[in-house]
Design a protein. Structure first.
Length: 225
């Protein structure tokens, strides 16, 4: 991980830096609130270890609030001698992800950092799907192939999204009925065949290679192979 440590206590900083660097992490260190605020808002980090009380115009909570107002959701572990419950609540409500009071064991600090990183990775939403030169933006609902925009109906979009999330896997008719049409039985219609045919015309016609394959007797697959 690339970590920012904002801590003015030389003994604590040396202790944390030594442990994190020995564990293979890359560390930037700021000793003042002003330097910490600059680094936290201009550089990219996997996590920030932030002291509450800092010299300079910006204390730990001010840095944290500035990060969150700017849309920076980097996990922040607050490190503080302020152990009172009300102070811990203030830190968490300001946008902190965890709160560790001094004195502390390095093993606990490192374990908490790994939990924060794991949590942030799980929480991060996937906004773009890609298979070869076919791209789907889930936020704008824009689909392109080789840079060319493709217009899809809502059900076609949902069908393609499911196929792209299961790229290189055989997707059965039952899977499509349950996950795209919300049918938990086969209504014995050709609705899937019609939508697959329409989708194939839109994403494959005029492009090479064809991506949407029919797997005889099994279902469909979106693949470059």
């Amino acid at each position: 991980m690339k970590i920012l440590l904002v801590e003015d206590n030389a003994r604590v900083s040396q202790f944390v830096r030594k442990g994190l660097e020995e564990a293979g992490h890359v560390l930037d260190h700021a000793e003042t609130g002003d330097d910490g605020l600059f680094l936290a808002t201009t550089e990219r980090y996997d996590a920030v270890i932030l002291d509450r009380m800092l010299p300079g115009d910006a204390d730990g909570l001010a840095i944290l609030e500035a990060m969150r107002k700017a849309g920076n959701q980097t996990p922040v572990l607050i490190l503080s001698a302020l152990a009172d419950v009300d102070e811990r609540i203030r830190g968490l409500r300001a946008g902190g992800d965890d709160y560790l009071t001094k004195p502390f064991a390095f093993g606990e600090l490192e374990a908490r950092l790994h939990v924060l990183l794991r949590r942030s990775q799980v929480a991060a939403p996937q906004t773009t799907l890609s298979v070869a030169d076919l791209t789907m933006d889930l936020l704008s609902r824009r689909v392109t192939r080789a840079g060319q925009a493709i217009q899809l109906q809502p059900r076609e979009f949902k069908l393609l999204e499911y196929l792209m999330r299961h790229a290189d896997q055989v997707v059965t008719r039952t899977m499509l009925l349950e996950n795209v049409w919300n049918y938990h039985f086969d209504p014995q219609t050709n609705v899937i065949d019609v939508h697959i045919s329409n989708l194939r015309q839109k994403i494959d016609a005029g492009f090479t290679p064809a991506l949407l394959r029919t797997v005889r007797g099994a279902g469909y697959m979106l693949t470059t192979e």
